[in-house]
Write a protein that binds this ligand. Structure first.
Ligand code: FAD
Length: 287
């Protein structure tokens, strides 16, 4: 089913994310985790894509298994910054042949050696390409705190408008730990005429190292309230995991209480964390 259709239903949606392995030896372990997460019946699942494109077959494989075996609609990610046009066409054909209808169109991070595609410089170009290649529901990424490469938030939102106008059906945000940042962002993009659904991306932080990695990758601000939690519980793995799940749950409850209807959880391939969040929200989500 197309995600655009799911987002139009009269309900709060919760989607979950998995990332594919980097090597074939880890494929079965990852696929098993993905299936446990799928068994929780999220509204859809997203499967990420290695920036260089080399692990695209794993993304396709896991996405297809989730959809076929569990009937959970999937959103397969696709990056373009390191791929030429024929490679992207092959990948899209593979998705299409597997019955994948939803693609998250991404540029991907610029590789360390600086070598980028001659065919794609930004995600908007991939969106236009996908529109030519089939009848896909296409999503894109957005950054409530601004993308780290873009010095001015207003410019970032301007480029985002161009990307949406190229043919996006919805956006998913980068993770954030302070909901006010999301509310302000929503206000600013609506003012600029970006009217597609904006799925709020929440990452449950279950250990202190994960927090440092996530912040380094995204540049996301960590509010003092959450810093205190990590400082206090960080040395106790079980307590930190529980506290991280509670913090993410509270963020989601606050979003829903403020009228936000679509939530995406970056599950980091952890079925137990996904299950705890789903259980915490079972009545709130009406399940
Ligand atoms: P773009 O939209 O192209 O933006 C990149 C930068 O270029 C921004 O600074 C923007 O302001 C600027 N820009 C955009 N368009 C133009 C233009 N026309 N002219 C000039 N400047 C422009 N990475 C992965 O490798 N695999 C994944 O599966 C993955 N999934 C993600 C899912 C989500 C929800 C998010 C938020 C991110 C994900 N990423 C993933 C990370 C993403 O690839 C990086 O953040 C990347 O640096 C930017 O990708 P983008 O699609 O947002 O790029």
């Amino acid at each position: 089913m197309k995600i655009s259709k799911i987002l139009k239903q009269d309900k709060i949606t919760l989607s979950l994310e998995v990332f594919p392995p980097k090597t074939s030896e880890k494929y079965e372990v990852t696929a098993a985790a993905a299936k446990k997460i799928a068994a929780l019946s999220p509204d859809f699942m997203s499967v990420t894509y290695g920036a260089g494109g080399g692990t695209g077959a794993y993304t396709a494989g896991i996405a297809s298994e989730i959809q076929k075996e569990y009937g959970v609609p999937v959103l397969a990610h696709l990056t373009c910054v390191s791929s030429d046009r024929p490679f992207v066409h092959d990948m899209v054909k593979r998705y299409k042949d597997l019955g994948i209808e939803n693609i998250l169109a991404l540029r991907g991070d610029i590789p360390a050696d600086g070598r980028v595609s001659k065919d794609f410089r930004h995600a908007d170009e991939l969106v236009r390409e996908l529109k030519e290649l089939g009848d896909f529901c296409i999503g894109g990424a957005c950054y409530p705190e601004g993308h780290i490469e873009c010095a001015h938030k207003a410019d970032d939102i301007g480029y985002l408008k161009g990307k949406v106008d190229a043919g996006l059906d919805f956006l998913t945000t980068q993770l954030f730990f302070d909901n006010n940042i999301y509310y302000n962002f929503l206000y600013r993009i609506r003012e600029r005429g970006i009217m597609v659904p904006v799925i709020a991306g929440i990452m449950p932080i279950t250990n202190a190292r994960q927090l440092s990695r996530s912040v380094a990758m995204s540049g996301t601000d960590v509010p003092q309230r959450f810093r205190n939690i990590v400082d206090f519980f960080g040395e106790d793995p079980a307590a930190m995991k529980q506290a991280g799940i509670v913090y993410a749950t509270e963020q989601i409850v606050d979003l829903i209480a403020n009228g936000i209807r679509h939530i995406h959880v970056y599950t980091m391939n952890k079925p137990d964390v996904s299950e705890a969040i789903m259980n915490n929200l079972s009545v709130v989500l009406g399940r």
